[in-house]
Design a protein around this ligand. Structure first.
Ligand code: NI
Length: 254
């Protein structure tokens, strides 16, 4: 049984087909999905969805892309939801200096606020970090490390950056990107990350694995990520499934 540690099930591209998508996930052996809510609409749908499908859990935050536009108004809604015990994690929050859709200073300020919310509610954080590892580790070490747990989602950093994540006893999550032919260093990362620090995810609807490239992604395809990890580590698919699912249950307290 597999756990998809990161999927946007209630995004407009996915939600209209949710019944079929979840049925296919069940058939593929997916036992749980962490649904990532990024605004009040996807959050509201996520809360309804997990009532109907108790194996779907919710995490929420405004993404680093959108904090400049609506970070302030959405923060209080997410904070209330977290304080009421409706969330299993805070995120995806973080820093994205590749796109910089929001000013860097705004991204940093919200990352800190979400770290503090996670500590207050004793929840783990789900982090999006792209081209911003130096600032991310500075903020992590100052505001959160040693006190709270977390995962670097859809990790696409270098081997050195992976080691920095592991040094802090964090988890690292690999997406379909690791299956792409050009992802040579990322395959090295998959090889070196100890099995007890690794999660797998789809990031549905984005980043479909090589075999479905260009199509809408869905949780059933997380098995492709697991297969790649098994291949580069030279271990069985069952071992990857079991360990990554165990890690997700530990991290998110499922
Ligand atoms: Ni995401």
């Amino acid at each position: 049984m597999f756990i998809d540690s990161h999927a946007h099930l209630t995004s407009p591209d996915v939600y209209p087909d949710i019944e079929l998508i979840l049925a296919r996930a069940k058939d593929a052996g997916i036992e749980a999905i962490m649904n990532i809510c990024t605004n009040p609409d996807t959050l509201q749908k996520g809360l309804e969805l997990s009532k109907r499908y108790p194996w779907v859990y919710n995490s929420a935050a405004t993404t680093p892309h959108d904090v400049g536009r609506e970070g302030e108004e959405v923060f209080s809604i997410i904070a209330e939801c977290a304080r009421n015990g409706h969330l299993k994690a805070i995120g995806e929050t973080g820093l994205d200096y590749y796109y910089t859709h929001s000013p860097k200073e705004t991204q940093k300020a919200f990352l800190i606020r979400y770290f503090h919310l996670a500590l207050e509610c004793k929840l783990p954080v789900v982090i999006h970090c792209r081209d911003a590892f130096a600032d991310f580790f500075d903020i992590l070490d100052a505001e959160y490390a040693g006190r709270g747990r977390g995962v670097l989602h859809c990790f696409t950093g270098t081997i050195e950056e992976a080691q920095e994540v592991l040094k802090r006893d964090w988890y690292l999550s690999l997406s379909g990107i690791v299956t792409f032919k050009k992802s040579i260093e990322l395959k090295e990362v998959a090889k070196l990350v100890p099995l007890n620090r690794l999660l797998i995810e789809t990031d549905t609807p984005y980043l479909a694995p090589q075999s479905h490239r260009g199509k809408r992604n869905e949780p059933a395809y997380v098995t492709e990520v697991a297969k790649l990890v098994a291949e580069v580590k030279g271990i069985s698919l069952e071992e990857v499934a079991e360990s990554t699912a165990f890690n997700a249950r530990q991290l998110f307290n499922l």
